[in-house]
Design a protein around this ligand. Structure first.
Ligand code: CUA
Length: 156
């Protein structure tokens, strides 16, 4: 084999192996972690959000010992509800969506950092160990009132 052929092979082989490895990783993520593109079960009609459970009753409900579900609707330019109250140590699953345009939701001091897309349900769970107030903000520019769009999680 000539030197040119060896050099060419040293490019061709990785360029075939890398996509195969990436496909393998996708398959691995799907099988072991259940990671997949959003399906129909995560979709809602944003125009009818106020009639669709759980968004017809935004707020916090206890789902078990120390676990809560906080349903939040983002809309120009507020969160509904603006305040969430839980006990220290609570594990809160946020279920959120948007009623109009694309918003964001980030809760200071936690790993909650999600997009609120009209028609799509977003979920993220966080544990609140330390009592205090955690600022909740919209981090996606959503119009003239974007900077006013905030709320808080109060941990008692
Ligand atoms: Cu909502 Cu920015």
């Amino acid at each position: 084999m000539s030197r040119e052929q060896t050099l060419e092979l040293s490019w061709i082989i990785p360029s075939a192996l890398i996509p195969i490895a990436l496909l393998g990783l996708l398959l691995y993520a799907y099988v072991t972690h259940g990671i997949h593109v959003p399906g129909q079960e995560g979709m809602i009609d944003p125009r009818a959000i106020s009639q669709i459970a759980p968004f017809n009753a935004p707020g916090v409900v206890q789902t078990g010992p120390g676990t809560y579900q906080a349903t939040i609707v983002g809309k120009m330019w507020t969160f509904e509800p603006k305040e969430i109250r839980v006990k220290a140590g609570a594990e809160v699953t946020f279920v959120a969506s948007s009623a109009d345009v694309i918003h964001g939701m980030r809760i200071q001091g936690t790993n909650v950092n999600i997009m609120l897309l009209p028609g799509q349900i977003s979920r993220k769970t966080a544990r609140f160990v330390k009592p205090g107030e955690y600022l909740l903000i919209c981090h996606e520019y959503c119009g003239i009132g974007h900077h006013l769009m905030s709320g808080k999680v109060i941990v008692e």
